[in-house]
Design a protein around this ligand. Sequence first.
Ligand code: FEO
Ligand code: CA
Ligand code: CA
Length: 558
Amino acid sequence: MHYNRRKFISFVGKLSIGAVIAPQFLTSCGNLTTPTKNFKDISKKRLKELSKLTLKGINPSKKDDLLLAKGLNYHSVIKWGDKINAKDTFGFNNDFTCFIPLDDNNPKDGLLWVNHEYVNPLFVSNYNKYNTIAKTKAQVDKEMYNVGGTIVRIKEENGIWNVVQNDAYNRRITAKTPIALNWDFPIKGKTSVIGTNSNCSGGITPWKTFITCEENYDGFWGETKYDEFNKPSHVPSYNQWENHYDYPPEHYGWVVEVNPKDGSAQKHIALGRFAYECCTLFELEDKRVVAYTADDRNDEHLYKFISSKPGSLKEGTLYVANTIKGEWLALDWDNQPLLKSKFKDQTEVLIRAREASKILGATPLNRPEDIEIDPISGNIFITLTNNKPKGDYHGSILKIEEKNNAFDALNFKASTYLVGGEENGFSCPDNLAFDMSGNLWITSDMSGSSMNKAGKPYLSFKNNSLFVIPRLGKDAGKVIRVASAPTDAELTGPWFSPDGKTLFLSVQHPGEQTKDLKNPTSKWPFDKDNIPKPTVVAIKGDLIEKMNRLHQIENFNK
Ligand code: FEO
Ligand code: CA
Ligand code: CA
């Protein structure tokens, strides 16, 4: 054997399960490809080739630039403020990206969805948070326009991805777009609500629509808090939007599905309400759907929804994880007396999913962020980014093995796959992506206020970065830094093109610590405006192609 078998096994968890695991619907969208061979079938010749593939990473850096490992290059696809048609512009703080080709036979022409998570008021609405004056309605309106998401048609020509200007598919979804609720009962009197915001990570459905997740909605609309007598009160937001618009917090904190073709959207109430990081779906053989989701707040939980009907994100049961006992606990008002005694119906259980979870004994986790399913082993990987009050500064990656590899199982085994820290060279893991060959890509999210600061535990890691863990070859299992972000930025939303030759990546919040627009902490991407701009880039190059092609499992025995 030419690869480090011990590391490989600890990565994969099982050498073979004898079945194709990767969701078929992801194959044509590029995020994963369906493996047809088990690793044990790899020929000696191929292993020899793999052992020669050297992956030279980069060192940690404080440079205000997007630095890449040898064998990679990038170009900008779209950045904040760019026009997409006569009336609309690209929003702020791009996060999750998802590319769906218009025609499965042409991987170079399709629709790109991009989340716009939040705004930096200094750049977007000229509001300085260091002032004590209240935000005006006009300022809030600008901010509401710059969150949500963007759909743009993009095409690759001569190796460069360009936005098709004024394409009929180009559109914005903002904090003012009407969105239907996929539920039989109104929420705070409404069956359709206004807007989406805090769109962090997301996913793709088996029927090829975009999923975008509402994370820190309380920063814009506040939150309803309940005292010991179950009496509600409003906790005000940080961004003061509710001072100008009377929209209840209960309308936010959901999973939102967007139709790429017409931009119509719906919020899936059955999946529960919390600070949604992501939603990763798997279609079972009988077409029922399993959706793994996570609540990114200290000591919150991991969830999964199992539908009872094919293709439904409404009919089914929401479960929360007890990772100690390895049990999925049903958040089911009808069958849980403990929930019946506290909440008036299932709708209230879903709106107050955090409280319901704790009543049932869900395990508190260290800020669960992104979730991806390993296309080869079928194990589920979840980043636990950190939990500073508990002394976890560097986070870890959790592995879930469902009983009998069944995604609708109600029992599982949880273990730690990898811990952050100096030994492994990364801290605060956030987004995950498996490429076409099952290599794992990880982005980090150390907060801007503590990166590169003396006396903080993040000093040696320097700027946030992108890492890859090769699956095979002599580097198998190593964490290799392949990109370093500009000053204050975080790299988010990694997504592979269907041919595996492009990695779309968001550069979010460069220059976030800026206090004075005339003296920004970053000027990346160095355009004529001389201010930092959140930007989606396309990363290409030999390194990505080699990892996808050389490791491509279908080709191993050819
Ligand atoms: Fe928006 Fe949990 O990252
Ligand atoms: Ca995130
Ligand atoms: Ca994060």
